[in-house]
Design a protein around this ligand. Structure first.
Ligand SMILES: CC(=O)N[C@H]1[C@@H](OP(=O)(O)OP(=O)(O)OC[C@H]2O[C@@H](n3ccc(=O)[nH]c3=O)[C@H](O)[C@@H]2O)O[C@H](CO)[C@@H](O)[C@@H]1O
Ligand SMILES: C=C(OP(=O)(O)O)C(=O)O
Length: 441
């Protein structure tokens, strides 16, 4: 736990970021692959693991269930021996309440290994309601009994084991897709999951499950077919790169007029981001080792973006890019369709000098899931506007990184408070900023 002074980063902005940084495996895959290890009474080895807090949260949760976890942060290797699994006390599990969204994904594996699971209150970024109704409906369809009445969390049992079922997701939720995959691989019989999400992190989880012995296919209409098997074995796997972290550094390069080589960044998972980056006027060069992103000089161009599920423009890319859009010449529009409340981070940007207006109504003919809810989910950004340093509070993971970019873009000093929240998903960001020449303290 950091003390209050350690939780503030003093940033003197106005200097372009220049240099090379390395990005490792994806936060939104690594944690799920660690949960998958729980499905097999053997040893699994995961490589290219970033040194982020979410990895430690999942390790601690696995350990509470009697599983041996070794995290070699320097080498980026996590070894999980899940031969022995036990049910911890509610009080023990509760020590991790509110720390991430991953505990809900323990449901399927624990039901297979122990016949029951206790899920504490979930955490994760505060960017909308984030209900788990799809998760619980899926588990029920597979034969689980869900008791939500427990004061500290949710108790789930499967007295007769899990059985394959036909499941349709009302929205292609990443977590609910992963929930179904993790629960169905060992369920008796076949499961059909339609309306699923097919993010690259999900497909890498499918690759892990296939290595473990699972039978999973996916149709072009985003329907997964899972044939339950009787047992699975441990895996060895190298995690795909974190495309959100890579895009965050790319946005930082653009906003600060910089030039950053992101070692490890890969093109296929970033194609949609790269198209937008090019439309704005950013330049990039793709090599086998990574992608170099830079501001070529001259004016950046405005753009209209709608966030969406894969292969659309990721909601997690939106926040860092908005800061770069404050430096583009003209009117940009960002319409958020995944989370109803993901623009809170723009308020400090306005205090720093940006012109950002939020609207509840959907703009033009854009589809809108949140029309009826009282949230503003379209941002209109007018630029370029010079930013000046301020005191800023980190609201959430990506919003926090956006504030760092804003502080680096601004003239004068900024104090960014609550900086440790960023450790959830950005490994050694302080070291990387220093390597890129940022003036931080
Ligand atoms: C740890 C992790 O991988 N987090 C990612 C994951 O979050 P996460 O898996 O939580 O996101 P989902 O794809 O499930 O959520 C998408 C939308 O569906 C709604 N929903 C979801 C589940 C449910 O049971 N009911 C429901 O209504 C959510 O409120 C949200 O509006 O995918 C998001 C969308 O790419 C990313 O922004 C997050 O970074
Ligand atoms: C929203 C995010 O994560 P989580 O689902 O863990 O809150 C994120 O990674 O941007």
């Amino acid at each position: 736990m950091s003390n209050q002074n350690e939780d503030v980063l003093h940033v003197v902005g106005g200097k372009p970021l220049h240099g090379t940084i390395k990005v490792r495996g994806a936060k939104n895959f690594v944690s799920k692959a660690m949960v998958a290890a729980l499905l097999a009474p053997g040893t699994s080895v995961l490589r290219n693991v970033p040194e982020i807090r979410d990895v430690h949260v999942v390790s601690d949760l696995l350990r509470l269930h009697g599983i041996h976890v070794d995290v070699d942060g320097a080498q980026g290797v996590v070894t999980i021996d899940a031969k022995h699994v036990e049910m911890p006390s509610v009080a023990d599990v509760d020590t991790l309440a509110g720390s991430s969204r991953i505990p809900i994904l323990f449901s399927g594996p624990l039901l297979h290994r122990l016949g029951e699971a206790f899920i504490p209150a979930l955490g994760g970024c505060n960017i909308g309601g984030r209900p788990i109704d799809f998760h619980l409906d899926t588990l029920r369809k597979l034969g689980a009994k869900v008791d939500k009445e427990h004061a500290d969390g949710i108790h789930i049992t499967a007295p007769n084991g899990l059985k394959g079922a036909k499941i349709h997701l009302p929205y292609p939720s990443v977590g609910a897709t992963e929930q179904t995959l993790l629960a169905a691989v060992l369920a008796e019989g076949k499961t059909e999951l339609s309306g699923a999400a097919t993010e690259p992190e999900i497909m890498d989880l499918v690759a892990v499950l296939q290595k473990m012995g699972a039978i999973i296919s996916v149709d072009v209409d985003r329907t997964f077919r899972i044939e339950g098997v009787k047992e699975l074995k441990g895996y060895t796997h190298t995690a795909l790169t974190d495309r959100i972290e890579a895009a965050s550094w790319a946005s930082a390069a653009l906003a600060t007029h910089g030039d950053v080589f992101v070692k490890g960044a890969t093109q296929p998972e970033m194609m949609t981001f790269l198209n937008v980056f090019r439309k704005i006027g950013g330049e990039f060069d793709i090599t086998d080792a990574g992608i170099r992103f830079w501001h070529p000089g001259g004016d950046l161009k405005p753009v209209a973006i709608e966030t969406d599920v894969h292969p659309g423009f990721m909601t997690d890319w939106q926040q860092p890019l908005v800061v770069a859009l404050t430096q583009a010449k003209g009117l940009s529009i960002v319409h958020e369709t995944v989370y109803e409340n993901r623009f809170g981070f723009t308020k400090p940007l306005v205090q720093m000098g940006a012109t950002v207006q939020l609207y509840r109504e959907c703009l033009g003919s854009l589809p809108c899931r949140f029309q009826q809810r009282n949230y503003k989910h379209s941002a209109v950004i007018f630029g370029p506007t010079p930013l000046t340093g301020q005191d800023i509070d980190v609201p959430d993971l990506r919003g926090g990184f956006s504030h760092l970019i804003a502080a680096l873009t601004a003239s004068g000093p900024s104090d960014v408070h609550g900086i440790s929240l960023i450790d959830r998903g950005y490994a050694d960001f302080r070291g990387k900023l220093t390597a890129l020449g940022a003036q931080i303290d």
